[in-house]
Write a protein that binds this ligand. Structure first.
Ligand code: FAD
Length: 464
């Protein structure tokens, strides 16, 4: 297919969107290159996002279980000693192995890795470092980076972003997390478990925007019980660093008197913004929307023929699995197949303890569309969760009152991130709550709570 071009497909960015698109394009017989400016492949997700944060969450969970008496309750008496260097070591090791794994997959699939920062010369020509290459199709998968808070300078010492918060050399005494979203709660949890006092300041009147209202409230209660303090409906108007301390100025979001708060670590986690700086989009005839994103159609085409875009740089939730699925779909579309992503069913997971997960509509959004029936089941009544001393949380199934079709599933459970996959799959197949209720679930598993919540939609759960 290459015609007079160097490549059939050039992907810009080797995050979960870009590297997956490149591998699938190569699998489909297209001559493919992927430009990446980082030293390693895997993008935000593998280098400074999903993977290192989960490495720290997993390790700190063990420490916490030993320190907070959860292990002693099960007859395992230990007094933990923190070796933070070793904990960071296993994080770095996970990142090294996984990013190296993508390099292996590129070689195996004959994807050429062009090392360097890419910028458009025209819609089919891109400069990567000192080299200029042409491609019939170009996929922009440049991802996102941390949104700065105006007036607050990230020094990665006292005031850190998520990347800095993954790498702290010592446990802070008092960490203030600005933003009660997924990343702030995950990284706040890591350092709380390792001994820091953690205060989370959130502008909105509840944490986890975008999640089901009841789930947001219950999660807030659970985090408070674990010792995280919250200042909801509060905005940070300034952070002043002097020596090893920061002084934050806080104001009620709706106006009122300001107050100050001291911290030795401030994590700014108010969101992420698309990466398009330096890409010279204008040379390809492209521009961004008012949120800095590249607009695409249903097939991931931009407004310019032969230029496609996926992942965090386009509208939609900024999640690795969404980027990956778009990567597969865009490659299939370029190859003349039909690549589809169902954007209605992208699961969201917070990998805290317990995990918080959801897919489809929140109860509030479902009610706006019509009449619904809701079934709930507490984890306290699930035999496996109870046996494992994991009483917190619940599962909630929201179904259309007339058709019984499942519209949303939400859960707070130790393994909620794993449980939500079955709900997503059922919804992808158009399941009713009855379909889930009459599907045999292995016993004893946390997943039985999904079956029971589905049974509760018609008012007939067995175990409550
Ligand atoms: C701390 C943290 C934890 C997270 N945890 C999760 C999680 O648990 N689950 C989840 O689903 N998501 C998580 N995310 C979000 C997830 O990392 C992103 O949604 C995902 O990485 C987006 O993939 P992408 O391919 O669009 O872009 P990215 O992963 O951002 O990759 C884009 C790549 O493009 C490169 N690039 C940019 N511009 C250029 C250029 N001009 N030339 C060459 N290369 C360029 C960048 O260097 C980067 O490597 C987390 C994010 C963070 C920060």
């Amino acid at each position: 297919m290459a015609d007079n071009y160097d490549y059939d497909v050039l992907v810009i960015g080797a995050g979960p969107g870009g590297y997956v698109a490149a591998i699938r394009a190569a699998q489909l017989g297209l001559k493919t290159a992927c430009a990446e400016s980082r030293e390693t492949l895997g993008g935000t997700c593998l280098n400074v996002g999903c993977i290192p944060s989960k490495a720290m969450l997993h390790a700190s969970e063990y420490f916490d279980a030993a320190a907070n008496g959860a292990m002693a309750k099960m007859g395992v008496k230990v007094t933990p000693e923190l070796d933070l260097d070793a904990m960071h070591g296993q994080r770095k090791d996970a990142v090294k192995q996984l990013t190296g794994g993508i390099e292996y997959l590129f070689k195996k699939n004959k994807v050429t890795w062009l090392k360097g920062r890419a910028a458009f010369e025209d819609a089919h020509k891109v400069k990567v470092g000192d080299e200029t290459v042409t491609a019939k199709n170009i996929v922009i998968a440049t991802g996102s980076s941390v949104t700065p808070l105006p007036g607050v300078e990230i020094d990665q010492r006292i005031v850190v972003d998520s990347t800095g918060a993954l790498e702290l050399a010592k446990v802070p005494e008092h960490m203030v997390v600005i933003g009660g979203g997924v990343i702030g709660l995950e990284l706040g949890s890591v350092w709380r478990r390792l001994g820091a006092k953690v205060t989370c300041v959130e502008f909105l009147d509840q944490i986890l925007p975008g999640f089901d209202g009841e789930v947001r409230k219950e999660s807030n209660k659970i985090f408070k019980k674990q010792g995280i303090e919250f200042k909801l409906g509060t905005k940070v108007t300034g952070v002043e660093v002097k020596g090893d301390k920061a002084t934050l100025t806080l104001e009620p979001a709706k106006g009122g008197d300001s107050e100050t708060m001291e911290a030795d670590c401030v994590l700014v986690s108010i969101g992420r913004r698309p990466n398009t700086d330096g890409l010279a989009l204008d040379k390809a005839g492209l521009k961004t929307n008012e949120r800095g994103q590249i607009e695409i159609d249903h097939d991931f085409r931009t407004g310019v023929d032969g230029v496609w875009a996926i992942g965090d740089v386009v509208p939609g939730p900024m999640l690795a699995h969404k980027a990956e699925d778009e990567g597969i779909a865009v490659a299939e579309n370029i190859a003349g197949q039909t690549g589809i992503v169902n954007h209605e069913l992208i699961p969201s997971v917070v990998y805290t303890w317990p995990e918080i997960a959801g897919v489809g509509l929140t109860e509030e959004a479902a009610k706006e569309k019509g009449e619904v029936k809701v079934g709930k089941f507490p984890m306290l009544a699930n035999s496996r969760a109870k046996t494992n001393h994991e009483p917190d949380g619940f599962v909630k199934v929201i179904a259309d009152a007339k058709t019984d079709r499942v519209l949303g599933v939400w859960c707070i459970a130790s393994v909620g991130g794993t449980m939500i996959a079955q709900a997503t799959q059922a919804m992808e197949f158009g399941a009713t709550s009855e379909d889930i209720a009459y599907t045999c679930h292995a016993h004893p598993t946390h997943s039985e709570a999904i079956k029971e919540a589905a049974m509760a939609v018609t008012g007939k759960p067995i175990h409550i």
